[in-house]
Design a binder for this molecule. Structure first.
Ligand code: CA
Length: 231
């Protein structure tokens, strides 16, 4: 089963970026730009998690959040509010209104993804795999252990996140810029060559045997589909 996330956000570039990253992690994503449209949509279809912007045309995020909490079908719907910097008071009000969590814009994508996972793991544990497998490699997100053919590997924190990112979407080719966004986050300034350095370290840490990371010339990297047995 695929966890479904609805994004309610009127800034299109942000909405697209969130959609891209959520889809890369295997979520099914629905996007809505207006608060009132979101309310209508949520009467027909309740997702597993809602990413809700604060300032929206139609009905504001906070008002929508309040209304959702009064309805039976959405009373327990996990909601993460997206707020602008300097809305400290509003954030407190947001939590009081019933949001489960909030992030302040501009936020780090990996951090938001971690929060999405953490909330879903609590609310819908059956939807979030704590152990990812690709061929003979096993990655446990909770214990942060990686094994290959049962033997434990020692990965640095960046290599771990990089491998996790690849294993969420086997076969998908990621550009260096996409890997930077998804693994390091947008706010961190690192050169694209840093990606090559860490992919090199990851390959080394994965040890002898077939290389599961495929270099796609002119494009980037992916987890080899042949390695995972995915057609
Ligand atoms: Ca907005």
């Amino acid at each position: 089963m695929t966890p479904r996330v609805m994004i309610v956000e009127d800034e299109e570039p942000l909405s697209l970026m969130l959609r891209y990253n959520l889809e890369a992690e295997g979520y099914q994503v629905d996007t809505v730009e207006r608060g009132d449209d979101a309310e209508t949509r949520l009467r027909e279809n309740v997702p597993d998690l809602l990413l809700l912007d604060w300032m929206l045309p139609g009905v504001s995020g906070i008002e929508l959040c309040r209304r959702l909490r009064t309805r039976e079908q959405t009373r327990a719907l996990p909601i993460i509010m997206l707020t602008a910097r300097g809305e400290e008071q509003e954030r407190i009000r947001g939590l009081a209104t019933g949001a489960d969590d909030y992030v302040v814009k501009p936020f780090s994508v990996p951090e938001l993804m971690a929060r999405v996972r953490a909330i879903l793991r609590r609310s819908r544990p059956e939807l979030i795999a704590s152990v990812l497998r690709a061929g003979e490699i096993e990655l446990d997100r909770e214990t942060h252990r990686v094994r290959r053919r049962g033997r434990e590997l020692h990965l640095g924190p960046t290599e771990f996140r990089l491998l996790e990112f690849f294993m969420q979407a086997p076969g998908r080719v990621f550009s260096r810029a996409q890997l930077l966004d998804g693994v390091w986050g947008r706010d961190v300034y690192v050169d694209e060559r840093t990606v090559d350095v860490h992919v090199g370290r990851l390959r080394k840490a994965l040890g002898p045997g077939r290389d599961p990371i495929r270099t796609v010339r002119g494009s980037g990297y992916s987890l080899d589909e042949a390695f995972t047995g995915v057609a």
